[in-house]
Design a protein around this ligand. Structure first.
Ligand code: NI
Length: 202
C-alpha cells in the first residue's frame, strides 16, 4: 500500500465506522411501532377475579395478545410460542425478562369467565395474565388496541355455545408507559420471540 492509499484509508475509516454505528443505533433507537396510535387505558377482570388496569403495569413491558379460551388451534399455538419465547428470554436474561408481563385479553366475554381463564392461562406461562370483561368493555379495549374480532354464529343451532370467534392473530410488545414498541413475531417460533424481546426490552 503506498502512502496516499493508506492516507485515504485513514480518512475513510472513521467515516465507515460512523456509518456502521449509526446504522446500528438507528435500528435500536426507533421501535417499529413508535408513534402508532394503539393501546391505552383499560380496566378488566383477571383470572383471579381481581380488577386490573393498564396502569398496574406501569414501568413494565407487556406482551398483549387477544383471543379466546376455546379457540381450537390458533390461540393455543401462538400462546405456546409466546410462552416458550419468554421462557427462553428468561433463561438468557432473567433481570430484563422479569420486566415483561404477558397478557391475554379475551374476545369471548360470554364464555371466558375468570374461572375459565384461570385454567387456560396456566398452560402457557406461569406469569400469563388472562383478562376478561363485559362485551361492551372488551369491544372498546380491542378497538383501542387495534385488534379486529367478530363473534360467529353457532355451528350447531341447538347449541348456542358452538360458535367460534374470528380474531386478529397479533401479539404486540408495549413499553413501560404503555406505548407500542414492536410486533412479537410468534410466526418465527420461540427463538424469534426471544430475539425480539432481547432487541427492545431494557
Ligand atoms: Ni384464537
Amino acid at each position: 500500500m503506498n502512502e496516499s492509499a493508506s492516507c485515504r484509508l485513514i480518512v475513510l475509516l472513521p467515516l465507515l465506522l460512523a456509518l456502521v454505528l449509526g446504522g446500528c443505533r438507528g435500528q435500536t433507537d426507533a421501535p417499529p411501532l413508535e408513534g402508532a396510535t394503539m393501546g391505552g387505558a383499560f380496566t378488566l377482570t383477571d383470572q383471579n377475579g381481581r380488577r386490573v388496569s393498564d396502569t398496574d403495569f406501569a414501568g413494565r413491558y407487556r406482551i398483549v395478545y387477544f383471543g379466546f379460551a376455546s379457540c381450537p388451534d390458533v390461540c393455543p399455538v401462538d400462546l405456546q410460542t409466546i410462552g416458550a419465547g419468554l421462557r427462553a428470554f428468561e433463561s438468557q436474561d432473567p433481570e430484563r425478562a422479569a420486566r415483561v408481563q404477558p397478557v391475554f385479553i379475551s374476545v369471548d366475554p360470554a364464555r371466558d369467565t375468570p374461572d375459565v381463564l384461570r385454567e387456560y392461562v396456566r398452560n402457557f406461562h406461569p406469569r400469563l395474565i388472562g383478562l376478561t370483561g363485559s362485551a361492551e368493555t372488551l369491544a372498546e379495549v380491542a378497538r383501542r388496541y387495534a385488534v379486529y374480532y367478530r363473534i360467529g354464529e353457532p355451528a350447531n343451532p341447538a347449541d348456542p355455545n358452538s360458535y367460534l370467534v374470528d380474531h386478529a392473530r397479533m401479539a404486540v410488545l408495549y413499553g413501560p408507559r404503555g406505548e407500542p414498541v414492536a410486533i412479537i413475531p410468534h410466526d418465527q417460533g420461540p427463538e424469534g420471540v426471544a430475539q425480539e424481546l432481547d432487541r427492545w426490552v431494557r
